[in-house]
Design a protein around this ligand. Structure first.
Ligand code: BG6
Length: 519
């Protein structure tokens, strides 16, 4: 038992310390029921880069059940052996050369069905293959849709027609994981929800947003709700504004086929940035069960004022990278990337100002920005506090103390810093901001699990806390859709690759005397 009162070195986070127990929902996972997982899109990039490496790491840690099977489902004409070989290459590339005996055991769980997503015959073969393993896996099924959104409805219909979806009340369960992007606007998200809902109950649907699987994002909940000192100041009385930045130093790469139809608002803001915003903005949940947490997040989204058309021009910024230099290397303009139209109006940068109209946050602007080929890679949330009252009325502005700033670094250099004023030692010592820092690297040993490890395991265990609910994605699209519509009338502003985005984004904050923090 951990004593209350004076913190011990162990409780203060000395390496390897156990600390206070986490709420049940946030604790380390246990081993799921036996199950068969079917991956649609099993020869695609996501399976290769994320899913198979995550499954293999779970296997290495003993977190997969003894009775476990993975069935890959995709168009490529592969035998089981060829599919296993492909997966081995993926594991070698993203995890490292596997131990031969371990690999043999893991590979023996992999099978493959080659089929078009719309071909009923493929689902018959899938049923037969599952029948072969289900004596061991007790009939539990996890479907993973690593496929383009346009194919989702088709796969769901086929699964339903082939009677592959179990009733949630039946002894064995079926669940489905759906990758983002979940639709491309409010109407398409609703259609997708309806299509999924025609075959699955909401409790069976797991909409993935890999940001929620990041260790540092889960820690935001702990930071806010397991520490008493933040709650009294976590409101409009003390906070001046919030900045959420997801800056990338990669460009569109080979993903133009997808990105040209998406753009930064759909690709990043509607999902990842709004997820971060809801965790910062939510009220303490009444319990740590998935529905309480998700309901609080939905309330935040619903409290955000929808931007009317006349505000969209003032409160949103969209940019597209022009040629430039990123980390010392010359890079082409977005319009010169392979697969991108020469007159493309797709935005690679988006910034916006949102306000949450509730008692906690009214009057506190939330500034969100994300972009590709920016000056540095950084995902962080900066909470800027109000300035301290200054009793010396004739103090020039430059001499006023800097307001406190709390920076939650999601990646890289994961950690948290609190900036406050200190007196520079000396007889004439002026004030200077200094910081208290927490770094994952120095406080904890070991590496954090990959987001997909956590999320796959949670879906196998049936814990939906870190997945978006139906009303949550629709509330997010309800906010983004008017902006997307208004943006159709004009093009993005160019910004040099390697910069911090278009100048207009600076003006978004500058008009109220604020500025973006350089991460
Ligand atoms: C994905 C987007 O969801 O997130 C990509 O589709 C983006 O465009 C990626 O690069 C960023 O994820 P992370 O984990 O690298 O911050």
């Amino acid at each position: 038992m951990v004593a209350r009162g004076v913190p011990t070195a162990a409780r203060l986070g000395a390496q390897g310390a156990q600390g206070a127990p986490l709420p049940e929902r946030m604790r380390s996972p246990c081993v799921p029921d036996p199950l068969a997982m079917v991956i649609f899109g099993a020869t695609g990039d996501l399976t290769r880069r994320k899913l198979m490496p995550a499954l293999y790491r779970l296997f290495q840690q003993g977190l997969l059940p003894d009775a476990f099977a993975v069935v890959g489902f995709a168009l490529d004409p592969l035998s089981d052996a060829e599919f296993r070989e492909q997966m081995r290459t993926a594991v070698e590339e993203f995890v490292g050369a596997p131990d031969e005996r371990d690999w043999e055991r893991f590979a023996s769980t992999l099978g493959y069905v080659s089929s078009d997503f719309g071909d009923a015959d493929g689902y018959t073969r899938l049923t037969e293959l599952l029948a072969g393993v289900e004596r061991k896996t007790a009939g539990h099924r996890l479907f993973y849709l690593a496929i383009p959104p346009t194919a989702i409805e088709q796969v769901v219909q086929q699964l339903d027609q082939a009677a592959l979806v179990r009733d949630p009340a039946a002894g064995s369960w079926s669940r489905i994981i759906v990758e983002k992007p979940f639709g491309r606007d409010l109407d398409s998200a609703r259609e997708l929800n309806a299509a999924l809902g025609s075959a699955f109950d909401e409790s069976q649907i797991f909409r993935i947003d890999h940001y929620l699987g990041k260790e540092t994002v889960q820690n935001l909940l702990v930071f806010r709700f397991a520490n008493v000192i933040w709650e009294p100041v976590w409101n409009r009385n003390y906070i001046d504004h919030v900045q959420i930045t997801v800056a990338e130093t990669v460009g569109v790469g080979q993903r133009a086929g997808y990105y040209e139809r998406a753009g930064a608002l759909r690709d990043m803001v509607q999902s990842h940035l709004l997820q971060l915003l809801t965790i910062i903005g939510m009220e303490p949940p009444t319990s740590y069960d998935p529905e309480s947490i998700r309901s609080e997040k939905v309330k935040v989204l619903r409290a955000i004022r929808r931007l009317p058309p006349e505000s969209i021009r003032r409160k949103t910024v969209r940019g597209q990278y022009a040629a430039g230099v990123v980390r010392g290397a010359a890079v082409p303009a977005y319009r010169e990337e392979p697969g991108v139209a020469a007159d493309s109006r797709t935005e690679t940068y988006a910034a916006l100002q949102l306000s949450i109209e509730n008692w906690r946050w009214a009057g506190v602007p939330f500034f969100l920005r994300t972009g590709k080929f920016l000056a540095d890679r950084a995902t962080e949330i900066a909470i800027q506090f109000r300035p301290a009252p200054n009793p010396i009325l004739d103090t020039v502005e430059a001499d006023c103390p800097d307001p406190n700033l709390l920076v939650l670094r999601i990646q890289p250099e994961e950690g948290i810093s609190l900036f406050f004023e200190a007196k520079v030692p000396g007889l004439a010592g002026p004030l200077r901001p200094v910081s208290m820092d927490f770094s994952y690297q120095t406080s904890f040993t070991g590496t954090s699990p990959e987001a997909y490890e956590r999320l796959l395991l949670d879906a196998m265990l049936g814990d939906a806390t870190l997945f978006a609910r139906c009303d949550e994605v629709e509330a997010a699209w309800a906010l983004m859709t008017p902006i997307l519509t208004a943006w159709e009338e004009s093009g993005p502003e160019p910004y040099p690759a390697g910069s911090w985005g278009p100048d207009t984004a600076d003006r978004l904050l500058a008009r109220d005397g604020r500025s973006w923090r350089v991460p």
